[in-house]
Ligand binder design. Structure first.
Ligand code: F6P
Length: 465
C-alpha cells in the first residue's frame, strides 16, 4: 500500500482494530505483528498505486508508544485516542452495549441499565467516533471513498458527512443487526443517533439479507423517512481458499497435526472440532453440554470420539468474558473427570491462540461444530470444509449468517436446544464418508464464492458507482 500524504488518500478504511499491533520488548524496542483478514486482502488487492490509507485506533501501550515515537507502517494511521476514552467507547459502549444488542445477549431481568454511568461512556463513544471522523476528513482527497467498519464507528458516517460532503462514504457491519423489538431497548435518543449516524453514509453493507432487513426495519420504526437516500447492499464475505489451502500445508501445520493425533489417541477415533474466540455469542458452553449428552445418551461413542475445542481468549478486560472462559474450562474438566479413562481424554481444550494448530484441527475434523447463538457470518464454518482432508460434517447454527449460504449441506441446529445439538453431533459422526465428502465439496464451493479481495472491491465499486 502506498502512504499518501495528508489530504491525498483516495481510498480510506476506518476500523477500531488495525492491521498491525505493537509490543515493547524488554530492551525497549518495538515489535510489530501484522494481522490478516478480509480487509487486509482487500486493500492489498487494490494495489500500491491506489493511495490507500487505513485509519485505526491504538489499542494497547505498545501501539501508543509506536504513535509517540512516530513508528508506523506505510498506509496506516493509528489514532492515539486517550486510553480512558478508548476504554469507555470500546469496552463500555461497543462491546458491552452495541455487541450485546446486535447479538441479543442480555439477561434482561437485570440488564441493560442505562444510567448516568452509561451516559458518561456514551460521551466517550461520541468523542472516539469524532476523532475518527476528523482524521478521515483531514486525510481524504477530494471525492475519495471511505469504508468505515463496524459498530464501533456507527456515528462516523454522519459526522464525516458534515465535515466533508464531497466524500463517498460507506459503512460495513460485520455483526448481525438487532430486530426492532430488541433495538428499542436502547434509550430513544441513542437509538435515533445510531441510526442517523449510519444513514450519513451513501451506502451501508451487511453480511446477509437477514441483517440488512433488520436494519431497514429499525429505520422504518425509529427514523422519520426510514433509510432515505442511503443504499443498502449485502456482501457475504467468504473464505480465502487459495490462502487457506497453501497455509494449511506448511510444515508447522503438519507438526501440529502429529501432536494432535497423539493427544487424540487411537487412529480410529473420531473428532468433533470447534475453533472460536471465547466470545459470549459463540455458545461454547452449550456445545460442551451437547457433547456430554451425546456421551451420556450414546455410550457406544465413549472412547471413540474426542471433542477438540479451541477457545481463544477475547476481550479479557470484561469480567463477563473472563467468567465465561472459566465456565468453559470448568465444564470441560468436569466432562473429562466424569467420562475420561486411562487412554481417553474426551475433551481436548486448548486456550492459547495458535493459527497453525487451528488449521491442523480443521484438516483432521470429522465433525465441525459451529453453534453460535447469533453471528454476523462465522468464517470458521466456511474455512473447515476448504481445509478438511477427508471431508467433514458441519453442524451449524441456523442463527449464524453463514446459514444462508451453507444451510442446505449442513446439519442445522437451534443453538439453544442442547439435546437437538447432541443429536446433530451423532448424525454428523454417523454420516457416511461418501456423503460427507460430497457435502464438503459443496460447502467449500459455497463458502469461497466471495473471496475477501472480491468482497472488498465489490463494495468499493458499488460505493463509487
Ligand atoms: O466478528 C465480528 C467483528 O465485529 C469483527 O469485524 C471485528 O474484527 C471483531 O468482531 C471485533 O473484535 P475485537 O473486539 O476483538 O476487536
Amino acid at each position: 500500500m502506498a502512504a499518501p500524504t495528508s489530504g491525498a488518500a483516495r481510498v480510506l478504511v476506518a476500523s477500531n482494530r488495525g492491521p498491525v499491533t505493537y509490543t515493547v520488548g524488554d530492551d525497549g524496542t518495538l515489535h510489530a505483528r501484522r494481522g490478516g483478514g478480509g480487509l487486509v486482502s482487500g486493500l492489498s488487492a487494490i494495489g500500491p498505486e491506489a493511495d490507500a490509507l487505513w485509519v485505526c485506533s491504538a489499542l494497547g501501550d505498545g501501539d501508543r508508544e509506536a504513535v509517540r515515537r512516530g513508528v508506523g507502517e506505510p498506509g496506516v494511521r493509528m489514532l492515539d485516542i486517550p486510553a480512558d476514552v478508548h476504554a469507555d467507547a470500546y469496552n463500555g459502549i461497543a462491546n458491552s452495549v452495541l455487541w450485546f444488542v446486535h447479538h441479543m445477549l442480555y439477561q434482561t431481568p437485570l440488564e441493560p441499565v442505562f444510567d448516568a454511568g452509561f451516559r458518561r461512556q456514551w460521551a466517550a463513544y461520541e468523542a472516539y467516533n469524532r476523532a475518527f471522523a476528523e482524521a478521515l476528513a483531514a486525510e481524504a482527497a477530494e471525492g475519495a471513498a471511505v469504508l468505515v467498519q463496524d459498530y464501533h464507528l456507527a456515528l462516523v458516517p454522519g459526522m464525516l458527512r458534515a465535515l466533508r460532503p464531497d466524500l463517498r462514504i460507506g459503512h460495513f457491519s460485520h455483526t448481525p443487526w438487532a430486530p426492532p423489538e430488541y433495538f428499542r431497548m436502547l434509550p430513544d435518543d441513542i437509538a435515533g443517533q445510531l441510526l442517523r449516524g449510519m444513514l450519513g453514509a451513501d451506502r451501508l453493507g451487511f453480511l446477509t439479507g437477514r441483517w440488512a432487513d433488520a436494519f431497514r426495519a429499525c429505520c422504518e420504526a425509529f427514523v422519520p423517512g426510514g433509510t432515505g437516500d442511503t443504499a443498502i447492499g449485502v456482501h457475504g464475505l467468504g473464505a480465502d481458499a487459495d490462502f487457506l489451502r497453501r497455509r494449511s500445508h506448511e510444515p508447522d501445520v503438519a507438526e501440529r497435526m502429529a501432536v494432535l493425533r497423539e493427544q487424540i489417541g487411537g487412529a480410529e477415533r473420531r473428532t468433533i472440532v470447534r475453533v472460536d474466540r471465547t466470545e459470549l455469542s459463540k455458545n461454547i458452553v452449550r456445545g460442551l453440554l451437547a457433547y456430554r449428552e451425546l456421551l451420556a445418551g450414546y455410550p457406544e461413542w465413549r472412547e471413540r470420539v474426542v471433542h477438540v475445542a479451541f477457545a481463544y481468549p477475547s476481550r479479557q478486560d470484561l469480567a463477563v468474558y473472563r467468567a465465561y472462559m472459566a465456565e468453559v474450562r470448568r465444564l470441560a474438566a468436569e466432562i473429562n473427570a466424569e467420562y475420561g479413562t486411562e487412554g481417553w481424554t474426551p475433551v481436548l481444550l486448548h486456550l492459547e491462540d495458535d493459527f497453525a494448530r487451528s488449521l491442523a484441527a480443521y484438516r483432521l475434523a470429522d465433525v465441525a461444530l459451529v453453534n453460535p447463538i447469533r453471528d454476523g457470518m462465522n468464517l470458521v464454518a466456511k474455512e473447515v470444509p476448504v481445509v478438511s482432508d477427508g471431508g467433514c460434517a458441519l453442524v451449524l447454527s441456523r442463527e449464524a449468517g453463514a446459514w444462508e449460504e451453507l444451510g442446505e449441506d449442513a446439519v442445522g441446529v437451534n443453538p439453544y436446544d442442547v439435546s437437538a445439538t447432541a443429536e446433530a453431533l451423532r448424525v454428523g459422526l454417523e454420516m457416511s464418508v461418501g456423503e460427507r465428502g460430497e457435502r464438503t465439496k459443496r460447502l467449500a464451493a459455497a463458502g469461497t464464492a466471495l473471496p475477501p479481495a472480491r468482497w472488498f472491491l465489490d463494495q468499493l465499486d458499488a460505493l463509487r458507482a
